[in-house]
Design a protein around this ligand. Structure first.
Ligand code: IPE
Ligand code: IPE
Ligand code: MG
Length: 246
């Protein structure tokens, strides 16, 4: 039996988020430049996006560039931004063919003009696609997102649009970059690191974590299936006892 046949498609995570890590180490192991690692990482992105959509996953969020990643050497940042532009140009076809809508979260204004423009174009072109929502986290930092949220809500309180008593989880959700997305069900991180690196801190409150040693450029659809199969074996109790669930 194929791995994919063991997946219960009636119980898929509604939202998968991935910290795509290990491009640099992948390249180093092969004696190659880090940029080659990033380039090969884009193949894994395509395979993951396509196979998620084909499986029936409704939301996929990929951590592509963090607010902290601006601190990398200038040349590496430039390479990553160039790769973003070329991938967007190339992959618009994949998105259209698979009926995937693209959106982005993060401080998008801080992206280079060309990347920002290309991104907005692909977002616009795919806005009516229905099968899956692909969210790219770009220049994204969860703390920055939360600060932004607090500022927006505070302003509304100040202007009497919201009263303090009415601030609840849904008000906060509506002011996050991820406003239209459900909570993360499954969080995957590749490369063996077991940390969150400032990713979706609020949204992963009850996510199942899946860490794998596989480096991102080696990540294939089979690895994705393995993560989903593992997710489906877990009992999500949300504070209740196991007996209450059965
Ligand atoms: C992930 O791979 C890509 C980005 C963070 C942009 P890394 O570049 O972090 O790879 P390692 O962690 O150095 O191996
Ligand atoms: C996290 O990876 C960010 C992305 C995958 C885009 P990093 O490789 O930057 O994370 P740290 O700094 O090692 O935690
Ligand atoms: Mg890394």
């Amino acid at each position: 039996m194929n791995l994919i046949d063991t997946i219960n498609t009636d119980y898929l995570p509604k939202h998968i988020a991935i910290i795509m890590d290990g491009n640099g180490r992948w390249a180093k192991q092969k004696g190659l430049l880090r940029s080659i690692g990033h380039e090969n990482g884009t193949k894994s992105v395509r395979e993951t996006v396509e196979s998620s959509a084909q499986l029936g996953v409704e939301n996929l969020t990929l951590y592509a560039f963090s607010t902290e990643n601006w601190n990398r050497p200038k040349l590496e940042v430039q390479t990553l931004m160039k790769l973003l532009v070329s991938s967007l140009k190339k992959e618009i076809k994949t998105l259209q063919e698979n009926d995937i809508r693209l959106q982005a979260i993060g401080c998008l204004e801080s992206l280079p003009k060309k990347a920002h423009k290309e991104l907005l174009e692909v977002i616009e072109k795919t806005k009516d696609n229905k099968r899956m929502c692909l969210t790219l986290a770009l220049s994204y930092g969860s703390r920055e997102e939360l600060i932004n949220t607090i500022k927006q809500i505070s302003l509304k309180v100040k202007n009497n649009i919201i009263s303090i008593e009415n601030i609840d989880e849904s008000v906060i959700n509506e002011h996050l970059y991820t406003q239209n997305l459900p909570d993360v069900d499954l969080l995957i991180r590749t490369s063996g690191e077991q940390r969150i690196s400032n990713f979706l801190l609020w949204q992963i409150a009850y996510a199942e974590f899946y860490f794998t040693k596989v480096l991102w450029p080696d990540f294939t659809k089979e690895h994705l299936y393995e993560a989903i199969i593992e997710y489906q074996k877990r009992e999500r109790r949300f504070g209740k006892t196991s007996e209450q669930l059965h």
